[in-house]
Design a binder for this molecule. Structure first.
Ligand code: GCW
Length: 670
């Protein structure tokens, strides 16, 4: 049967290696778990399911360990010795105890994560002899954000429609919901905001809350809490009030009652995600209030319920002299003004979700406020579902960036995990890339981005290549040479994409509205900052956005150390050069080439690298499912064609300003 991709990385196909199979069969003759905890029950069932597939035989669940056989014990133990943050309830410990293996967690969720870690050992062919593994997540709230609308569309979704079938809920629970929950739990995701940040007020009606309650019921046994994006003006739209002013007592009362209503239906409801006063959405500023007034009002409505407010810092409106600075200007002054239940959610990066952005200057600049890092898993600006771009290197580039706000080592990761400023709350969010396509993500390799997000949310120190390797082994093939080839291809893919689309720090030169393909010539749109020329500023002298003191001075938002490095074009990393500097066409760069020649070189070598990717992919053909292989190969052919489109469009367009020839060896034969 052709592999349709539905099972993701949880295939549980029978282990091919005979000696490993024998080892696993000997070690896993029963599963024992006691107690009625719902998540523990899920863990036991998942373990049985996994073992059945991997071992090719049913493994019974017992109430207590069998004395004569070797098996796997699952136990909730509040004092389990899990490494990492002592506060974490999600950590696990796997160890050999006599003849048995024991998976312990401080909660049912901890055991469930331990079970998935154990299954991963088997799926990737590791030994389980004397196994000893402990792990706990570095970040507490690990969420997917869905941009799903009530009509079934997904904003910036490229894998079909929304998986939530609102017309069927709450009576019919599509089995896909459970598989979705399993997949998330397997990578440690513990929360899902199920609806678009451009929220409809409808989700807060009694009719919809009943549906949300049903979904929460599916997620709960997997340790996943449901969150809602809320429409700021809901008290007006569905509450019949004349205002949505956060300081108005009636508005406050409305949210309080609404929140209580939600918690009556969903006692473990996670909280609210809010996009306010951005891109035309309503918000507290409509009433002369600020973001903190709005967020704190919702926090007060949450009261003693165990929920949080994630307030997005992606604010974007016309009129700012440089959109880069807007979030900082609105939020930095509010540091210290947010209630303890509020986290401010900051995008990677300052403009949008471009293929490469410098880290957002709010990281490190709001020490009194827990900041959630928001990354985009759906490839809005990275080739949607046709280009193969593995995103872990991009997520890590952001997490590893050093804000230097408290000296060297003040990384974005340490801001986000709360360790830099000793925050109790910490969070990370990924905008989901999944839909109703049979394989969930459209591009089969897009699954790896969902997977990598979860793994990095759990532990951002994992190397991108290591994550790619385990995903490949679980999903595509265990043939060592093919694995190595695929991992290399994946790990280089994001740099390749940047080279043929936006090298050297170019940004926002993609097609308008759809955000696909090149459109660097775009000069007329509803607003200047919807054009491409606003961002690249090509002229007869050079290329790039001057964000130094002689330009928009957005650089001043960073710490002194960062400013010092990035403010000087000779020390600014080439990857960020045109983010911050307008550079002369003939200016020599560190590579020994002029700006123009370097630009052309990157466009050409980037496009050529797609051919390399095609060749590498072709070489693994014997090791990968034929249908899946053909699917990826065909998408790579599109990618190659479109890489040439990007290259030629951008080089020829910028050449009208540089008036420089295409350098050898890229010049067409004369
Ligand atoms: O990148 C932009 C997208 C919008 C999106 C917005 C946001 C949900 O083009 O579609 O709206 O970001 O993050 O709010």
């Amino acid at each position: 049967v052709a592999d349709d991709g539905y099972r993701l990385w949880l295939k549980y196909d029978r282990v091919a290696d005979a000696s490993r199979l024998a080892q696993y069969r000997a070690a896993a003759q029963f599963v024992a778990a006691s107690g009625g905890d719902a998540v523990l029950t899920t863990a036991a069932a998942e373990l049985q399911r996994g073992l059945q597939g991997l071992l090719g035989q049913a493994v019974p669940r017992l109430a207590a360990p069998a004395s004569t056989k070797r098996g796997i014990l699952l136990a909730i133990d509040p004092s389990a010795n899990v490494s990492g943050s002592s506060a974490s309830r999600d950590g696990y410990q796997i160890s050999a105890q006599g003849k048995n293996l024991v998976v312990k967690g401080r909660s049912g969720a901890g055991v469930l994560y331990g079970v998935f870690a154990l299954l991963r050992q088997l799926q990737t062919g590791q030994s389980v002899a004397n196994l000893s593994l402990t792990s706990s997540p570095r970040i507490q709230y690990r969420l997917l954000n869905h941009w799903d609308n009530p009509n079934g569309t997904v904003e910036r979704g490229y894998a079909g429609s929304s998986i939530w079938k609102w017309n069927e809920l709450p009576q019919r629970l599509d089995p896909r919901y459970t598989d979705y929950a399993r997949a998330n739990a397997s990578i440690g995701i513990n929360g899902v905001a199920i609806n678009n940040v451009n929220a409809s007020a409808r989700y807060l009606t009694a009719e919809y809350l009943d549906k949300v309650k049903a979904l929460a019921g599916v997620m709960r046994p997997y340790g996943i809490r449901v969150y809602l994006s809320v429409f700021w003006a809901a008290p007006k739209v569905i509450g019949g009030l004349k205002t949505a002013d956060p300081l108005d007592p009636q508005v406050q009362q409305w949210w309080k009652a609404k929140t209580d209503e939600i918690y009556r239906a969903i006692p473990d409801f996670g909280g609210f995600l809010v996009k306010a006063n951005s891109e035309g959405e309503p918000g507290p500023q409509d009433y002369g209030r600020n973001h903190a007034d709005g967020a704190n009002m919702l926090a007060t409505a949450l009261g003693t319920h165990d929920g949080i407010v994630m307030w997005r810092a992606f604010v974007y409106k016309a009129g700012s002299d440089d959109r880069f600075k807007q979030a900082y200007e609105e939020f930095k002054p509010l540091d210290g003004k947010f209630s303890p239940k509020v986290l401010v959610q900051v995008k990677n990066g300052p403009i949008d979700f471009q293929a490469r952005e410098p880290f957002h200057p709010l990281f490190g600049a709001m020490p009194q406020t827990p900041l959630v890092l928001e990354v985009q898993i759906t490839q809005e600006y990275l080739g949607m579902a046709t280009h193969l771009v593995y995103l872990a290197p991009m997520f890590k580039e952001c997490l590893d960036a050093d804000t230097q706000t408290k000296g060297p080592g003040s990384t974005v990761a340490r801001v986000v995990d709360g360790s830099l400023d000793q925050h109790r709350l910490s969070g990370i969010a990924g905008v989901a890339n999944i839909g109703t396509d049979r394989n969930w993500t459209g591009h089969p390799m897009g699954q790896a981005n969902w997977y990598a997000f979860g793994r990095l949310a759990w532990d951002y120190t994992l190397p991108s290549a290591a994550i790619a390797k385990e995903w490949t082994q679980m999903t595509l093939t265990r043939e060592p040479k093919a694995v190595a080839t695929i991992v290399e291809l994946m790990d280089r893919s994001r740099d390749v994409y940047v080279r043929y689309t936006t090298p050297l720090g170019l940004h926002h030169i993609m097609g308008q509205n759809i955000h696909y393909g090149p459109e660097p010539w775009l000069a007329q749109a509803g607003r200047p900052d919807w054009t491409a020329v606003y961002y690249h500023k090509a002229d007869s002298l050079g290329l790039g956005f001057n964000r130094t003191a002689t330009g928009s001075n957005a650089l001043a938002l960073y710490s002194a150390g960062v400013q010092q490095q990035w403010g000087n074009p000779t020390t600014c990393p080439l990857n960020y050069l045109l983010w911050f500097h307008h550079v002369g066409w003939k200016q020599p760069l560190r590579t020994g080439r002029t700006l123009w020649n370097e630009l052309v070189t990157r466009y050409y070598t980037g496009a050529d690298s797609v051919t390399w990717m095609q060749q590498r992919w072709a070489s693994v053909q014997p090791a990968v499912d034929p249908a899946l292989h053909a699917d990826v190969a065909a998408r790579l052919a599109i990618q190659r064609r479109e890489a040439l489109w990007w290259r030629d469009a951008c080089v020829l367009y910028f050449q009208t300003f540089s008036k420089q020839p295409i350098p050898a060896p890229f010049a067409p034969p004369t």
